[in-house]
Design a protein around this ligand. Structure first.
Ligand code: NDP
Length: 480
């Protein structure tokens, strides 16, 4: 045995990860269900480092040094379950099975429990950055035991992306913590993308700019506090001209946004935890609406009366409005991140995970899809303890949102008046206003609940629980 790590599943992600491992001095055992894929990897990339191809899983396990470390990168769901079982049958107590695929965290919790009962370590590891990231350096979010982390740390640090010299990987917490944090990362990615799309729509329909002109705007924004991978690639997409028609590519792409589930999981988990993640939620729903083809076609056919989305901004005020959109985007983005981190905090409490939020922000600075300059500010805010309750309370972000506020309101108000949908801009602003309201209309809701369901209420001027006898004539209040 001479391989210090092995990869099972050599499709796009696993193949790239195996090569990345080999590039960094690891001796990598590789196995794939169909051997052809293994042979192809060795034929095309065998010279890039030390690979130990195995035709059978038995050979694969035998080629690993102890404690054996096997990273699974096969199709999510059932195939992953089967591969975990097959490996566990061949491995020994103390060995480590890593699932680096996109698993739903309750599955990871279940798998960890089952594998731990057999004396082995199971690590669910979130990996972000797609195929390119897997090859050149992803952001990695491993869960599992501290003990397994001791073995995995040098291996993962060798292949993770680097941000300001630091590897973008940290031990997130026990069992499903890594996959949970990766899930929220994806949820935040949904809101980031939707916010960019809303900004684009406001400039395109609202101001009548051409895609390439909007691409230029995003390029400029990438030199501000919005500096990020998603803003950068947005500029490139908007500058792309369709080879076939000569039109802007974005104009010939069907406007139905797809999704594979992680955004939905983020919202489902948030609902279970009763944490409002309105930015992520609206982003998932916006993709949903985009894909409801029949409903949209029918609505357009019926020709609802209303403004057409032109924002009626005078030529002389256009630049100022574009700047307002930038500020609205920034403020909404801060809200979405604050909500995402709140969800992680709530889950950590629920599942007893000891998650260092500053470290999470730090490992998102490189390799992953939401990598952005402002994650430095976020990690500072958690590091200092200023963001413990909400990111919005850290002085840097409080000031940023206060400064952006007037522009944010102008954009949401104008979009509403002239008919451009801005679900994440608008819902983030509502969240912010709800948060800073001394009193909410929830008092009325409590009154309604007490009326129809005797659900009781508290009083602002006395301790205890109260109920009004609504059905009686004098509607007296009693202590419940
Ligand atoms: P796929 O999800 O397309 O899965 C293909 C691989 O799974 C092949 O190696 C295939 O083997 C193997 N496989 C499928 N069924 C079985 C089975 N029953 N038993 C054994 N092996 C099986 O591969 P990807 O590389 O796209 O993704 C791998 C994982 O990474 C998935 O969990 C996916 O969700 C995740 N992923 C993550 C991304 C990210 O950005 N983090 C991006 C894309 C994927 P064979 O060659 O024999 O068919």
């Amino acid at each position: 045995a001479e391989a210090n790590v092995g990869v099972v599943g050599l499709a796009a992600m696993g193949g790239s990860l195996a090569r990345n491992l080999a590039h960094h001095g690891n001796t990598v055992a590789v196995y794939n269900r169909s051997y052809g894929r293994t042979e192809k990897l060795i034929a095309e990339h065998g010279s890039e480092g030390e690979f130990r191809p195995a035709e059978t899983l038995e050979e694969f396990v035998a080629s690993l040094t102890k404690p054996r470390t096997a990273i699974i990168m096969v199709k999510a769901g059932e195939p992953t379950d089967r591969m975990i079982d097959a490996l566990a049958d061949l491995m020994e107590p103390g060995d480590i099975i890593v699932d680096a695929g996109n698993a739903y965290f309750p599955d990871t919790i279940r798998r960890e429990k089952a594998i731990r009962a057999r004396g082995l370590h199971f690590v669910g590891c979130g990996v972000s950055g797609g195929e390119e990231g897997a090859l050149r350096g992803p952001s990695m979010m491993p869960g599992g035991t501290e003990e397994s982390w001791t073995t995995l740390k040098p291996i993962f640090e060798s292949i993770a992306a680097k941000a300001e010299g630091e590897p973008c990987v940290t031990h997130i917490g026990a069992d499903g913590a890594g996959h949970f944090v990766k899930m929220v990362h994806n949820g935040i990615e949904y809101s980031d993308m939707q916010l960019i799309a809303e900004s684009y729509d406001l400039m395109r329909r609202g101001l009548g700019l051409e895609p390439a002109e909007i691409g230029d705007v995003f390029e400029q924004w990438n030199a501000t506090e919005l500096d990020s991978y998603l803003i950068e690639i947005t500029a490139e997409v908007l500058h792309q001209v369709d080879k076939k028609t000569g039109k802007p590519l974005v104009d010939v792409i069907v406007d139905h946004a797809g999704m594979k589930g992680t955004g939905t999981w983020t919202v489902q988990s948030a609902l279970d935890l009763a944490v409002p993640v309105t930015g992520i939620g609206e982003a998932v729903f916006a993709r949903g609406l985009s894909s409801q083809t029949e409903l949209r076609d029918e609505a357009v056919k019926r020709g609802f009366a209303g403004p057409d989305g032109s924002l009626n901004v005078a030529e002389a005020d256009r630049q100022a409005f574009i700047d307002d959109i930038r500020q609205a985007l920034y403020a909404s983005k801060i809200v979405a991140y604050a909500q995402g981190f709140n969800e992680i905090t709530a889950a950590a409490k629920e599942h007893d995970w000891d998650i260092d939020l500053a470290a999470v922000a730090r490992i998102w600075r490189g390799g992953c899809i939401i990598r952005a300059k402002f994650l430095n500010r976020i990690s500072d805010a958690f590091e200092s303890g200023e963001a413990n309750v909400s990111l919005l309370f850290a002085p840097y972000f409080k000031e940023a949102i206060e400064n952006a506020q007037a522009a944010w309101r102008r954009v949401v108000a104008r979009a509403a008046e002239y008919g451009v949908p801005t679900p994440v801009f608008a819902s983030s602003l509502s969240y912010f206003d709800g948060l800073r309201s001394k009193r909410l209309p929830a008092a009325l809701i409590q009154g309604q609940r007490d009326f129809f369901g005797a659900h009781t209420y508290g009083r602002i001027d006395a301790p205890g629980v109260f109920h009004t006898l609504w059905a009686t004539e004098d509607r007296e209040e009693i202590e419940a």
